[in-house]
Design a protein around this ligand. Structure first.
Ligand code: NCD
Length: 318
């Protein structure tokens, strides 16, 4: 997988997953995003991708990821085509590869894609023309690399670049979460001290995906003295029936309330990728409270996506 992402000179060609991405490439993306952060919500870098075309193709709903990719591309001066998957010929059965070829034939080079099927993006990348780059904006349960990067950037801003002293708790629907998978890959690569995973047994992934983590039996154990608390959305649309007995039960056992957060370190940060099920996995007073960095994650998403677009397009500065 990693080989597919890197060019022979080691530069990044596609961004499909953080799994196996070398530490140096991960650090370079995070550092670039940190440098871009002051520009990301303001003037941007309007000459950087002038004359280049970015296409966003979202075959699944999205608020934050899609908007921030569009803004990132616009603030880099690219032409941005927001492909309307709902009204396109993909509805008539035109496959993803034909769609890619047609858009390539119009001069598009950078493809940002979200797809319901795990692995769909890696397959598409194999068919990309030599000058084309594919950026994964979430594929099934598999990976969401820019979310992983923006989460790491947010942690760095609060806790510094050395992750080795940190205890990070990932709580909730890990089984269905591409965000959790990308976060786990990045946290391992960056050497996080202790990674805890906490979920009802029905929402835990397979054991091999949990290698190197401490699986906690309950929320209080996961939160105890944690530095970072990452809450996940209960993914009702990906769930076979019956994995959770009721939303009330889920909130009672796994919902982050202010009282339970008191078990974490006093300076712990609370993260959530959105969209939040308020009152299910997280209470309003935590989501909107002083330890929440949830909107900072969203702001960081623009800088991270600018950094990823620049890296894939071979741009050296910024
Ligand atoms: C996530 C996604 O779609 O993977 N949202 C996001 O991109 N910020 C998380 C989710 O839907 O639970």
């Amino acid at each position: 997988m990693t080989d597919q992402q890197l060019r022979p000179d080691g530069s990044l060609r596609h961004l499909l997953t953080l799994e196996g991405l070398p530490r140096a490439a991960l650090d370079a993306l995070l550092e670039r995003a940190a440098r871009l952060r002051p520009l990301a919500l303001g003037d941007g870098l309007r000459d950087a991708l002038r004359g280049r075309t970015v296409v966003t193709l979202f075959f699944e709903p999205s608020t934050r990821t899609r908007s921030s990719f569009q803004l990132a591309a616009a603030r880099l001066g690219a032409d941005v085509l927001n492909f309307d998957a709902a009204h396109s010929s993909t509805r008539k059965g035109e496959g993803l590869i034909d769609t890619l070829r047609n858009l390539e034939a119009m001069g598009a080079e950078l493809f940002v894609l979200r797809h319901a099927e795990s692995g769909a993006l890696a397959e598409l990348a194999q068919h990309a023309a030599p000058g084309t780059s594919v950026l994964n904006a979430g594929d099934g349960r598999n990976a969401h690399p820019t979310q992983g990067l923006l989460d790491m950037l947010t942690i760095r801003q609060h806790k510094g670049e050395d992750f080795s002293p940190l205890t990070v708790a990932i709580v909730g629907d890990v089984k269905h979460s591409r965000v959790a998978r990308s976060d786990l890959h990045a946290l391992r690569t960056l050497g996080a001290g202790e990674i805890r995973v906490a979920a009802p047994p029905s929402l835990l992934p397979e054991a091999r995906e949990l290698a190197g983590t401490r699986v906690c039996a309950d929320l209080d154990e996961a939160l105890r003295d944690a530095d970072v608390v990452m809450m996940l959305r209960l993914q009702r649309e990906r769930m076979e029936e019956g994995l959770v007995s009721s939303l009330d039960d889920y909130h009672r056992d796994w919902g982050l309330t202010r009282a339970r957060l008191a078990g974490a370190r006093h300076d712990a940060i609370v993260m959530h990728p959105g969209p939040m099920n308020r009152g299910v996995e997280i209470d309003d007073e935590v989501a909107d409270g002083p330890q929440s960095v949830i909107l900072q994650q969203v702001s960081n998403g623009v800088a991270v996506r600018m950094a990823a677009l620049l890296a894939l397009s071979g741009h050296r500065e910024g």
